[in-house]
Design a protein around this ligand. Structure first.
Ligand code: NAP
Length: 513
């Protein structure tokens, strides 16, 4: 448990819309930030009356913000308009806290009525980068503020180190700070900040209502990440990939940690430069900040690149040539692969013995390596279909499987005959939301004669290939089954406990639907 607060930011154009958002925010917020710059008319008398009424029933505090466009706000505001707003008599009746941008002279408020807000936040925003002079900036802001807020844009995870150091420094100096590394790469700072002494973390009302890049919904912060329950001893795990924004893993793994009442959390770790991340944030000899990392789930494109950073790799991962799980013990990195086990388990459950079963595997990427390894272990007869035969030749030789060409266009693909096989497995992103929307590696006609279709894609839950299988009345397995099974194995590796499969599946399904 920590003392941090969750601040839900609301941004509406009209008074009625604003009040409805405040009502909604009250359910989860300790502080509600009213972004007055979102409103069409801040002079409207009715607006202030309504906010006044609403604020009386709210147990937390209201924070007023009136941000000009060039500092990330919604309105073009002159200095005179800004001054006029902060001198509005009723602002002091409704808001206990005020957020003033770094360039705004705080004396304007003092000179008007003396100090009327409980606390003043002075904020600095940079929506393009992490500036170099953060220390000086903080120093200057703290001269006139009760709380400093620094929000800067990150493009890779190591950009957020500078922000984290500010938090550590402020804590040592007993100053209150709200450090925000904006963007997907900085999401972890929003989750872990409170545990490490941040005064507050900002959250959105829900998906689609974000007021800054990388903002997480208040519901997820509280229910999925348990941000207010974490502390400096919390074990930190995370998904390491170049795009973590669509990952289901935080929902699945946090559900398991919650089930076992563990002081552990699983966060998105969007990493582009893996070497820099490992050096500056993970390895005890070289890391610049202490986050208590205990393990990672590794995804595209780092499954092979992570290998050179490991102190130990298990036999299965070595044979597959890819690592999707890292466990950290006493600063040492241990690598495993749970994709093979996660893939084969649902298949054995639905199909049974795979000895000499003829299986067509479409695709020859990272996931295919784990699938083909597992299938060969079971004695299946595998043929890999790849669009680039030259590139896939060594893969086929390594696993001693047949190789056939997968035509590149939809029209040509529809002529490929799979009737000779028992099972078809799709390991390409064809059909995946955002990558291969609506596409299918094979149509219903081509699936006739097969006994089972297994699609590794899990977004959407019902993929185009699964729909084609339905048309030909062929049993199917979707990618969620593998996702959960491999996550269950990861939990065993990390915690040594039997993972709550049912709860993990439910958490993922809720999200997918
Ligand atoms: P990857 O390493 O990038 O491999 C993708 C493979 O698909 C490559 O062989 C690629 O061919 C081929 N491919 C890509 N686009 C294609 C297209 N339009 N037509 C034909 N072939 C195409 O990715 P991965 O890690 O193997 O992941 C592949 C899919 O499996 C993703 O959708 C991922 O979400 C899913 N997956 C699911 C689970 C699960 O637990 N359910 C686990 C892992 C992966 P080239 O080499 O020629 O580019």
């Amino acid at each position: 448990m920590n003392n941090g607060k969750i601040c839900v930011s609301v941004c509406a154009e009209t008074a009625d819309e604003l009040i409805s958002q405040i009502k909604h925010a009250e359910e989860s917020a300790d502080v509600i930030e009213i972004r007055f710059d979102c409103l069409k008319d801040v002079e409207e008398e009715n607006l202030w009356t309504l906010i006044g009424k609403t604020s009386k029933s709210f147990k937390g505090k209201l924070l007023a913000t009136y941000r000009p466009l060039e500092q990330g706000g919604k309105k073009n505001l002159s200095q005179t308009e800004r001054e006029k707003f902060w001198k509005h008599a009723r602002i002091f009746e409704v808001a206990a806290l005020a957020d003033l941008e770094q360039d705004f002279d705080i004396e304007i408020i003092y000179s008007f009525r003396g100090r009327m807000f409980e606390r003043i936040i002075k904020s600095f925003h940079d929506f393009s980068k992490v500036p170099e002079n953060l220390d000086n900036l903080c120093e200057n802001l703290s001269k006139t503020a009760d709380i400093i807020k620094i929000a800067v844009q990150t493009s890779d995870i190591t950009d957020s180190i500078a922000i984290w150091k500010l938090l550590e420094k402020a804590k040592a100096e007993n100053k209150k700070i709200i450090p925000i590394a904006m963007g997907e790469s900085g999401k972890w700072t929003r989750i872990l900040g409170l545990a490490h002494g941040a005064f507050m973390t900002y959250a959105s009302l829900g998906s689609g209502n974000e007021t800054a890049p990388g903002q997480i919904s208040a519901k997820d912060l509280i229910e999925v990440y348990r941000a207010k329950e974490l502390d400096e001893n919390t074990n930190v795990y995370g998904i390491l990939g170049s795009n973590t924004s669509v990952s289901m893993s935080p929902y699945i793994h946090n559900e398991a940690f919650k089930f076992h009442k563990l002081n552990s959390v699983f966060v998105p770790l969007q990493v582009h430069n893996l070497d820099e991340f490992i050096k500056r944030m993970v390895k005890p000899e070289t890391r610049e900040i202490e986050l208590n990392f205990k393990g990672f789930s590794v995804t595209i494109p780092h499954k092979q690149a992570i290998i050179k950073h490991l102190d130990f790799i298990d036999e299965t991962a070595k044979a597959i040539g890819a690592v999707n799980t890292v466990k950290i013990v006493d600063g040492k990195l241990y690598g495993y692969n749970t994709d093979a086990q996660g893939f084969i388990e649902p298949l054995l459950n639905s199909y049974g013995d795979l000895q000499r079963t003829k299986i067509a595997v479409i695709g020859a990427g990272g996931a295919a390596r784990a699938c083909v390894y597992a299938l060969r272990q079971q004695g299946a007869k595998v043929t890999v279909f790849a669009r680039d035969l030259e590139k896939s030749k060594s893969f086929a030789e390594e696993f001693a499987v047949d190789l056939q060409e997968l035509p590149k266009t939809k029209n040509q693909r529809s002529k490929t005959d799979f009737s000779d096989f028992d099972i078809l497995v799709n390991t390409t992103p064809l059909g995946m939301k955002g990558k291969g929307d609506g596409e299918t590696p094979a149509a219903a006609e081509q699936l006739k004669g097969l006994h089972l279709v297994y699609d590794l894609v899990y977004i959407p839950f019902q993929t185009p290939l699964m729909t084609e299988a339905d048309k030909s009345e062929i049993p199917k397995i979707g990618g969620l089954a593998m996702l959960i099974a491999q996550a269950v194995e990861q939990q065993k590796i990390w915690t040594g406990l039997a993972a709550p499969m049912k709860e993990m599946s439910r958490a993922a399904l809720e999200r997918l639907r």
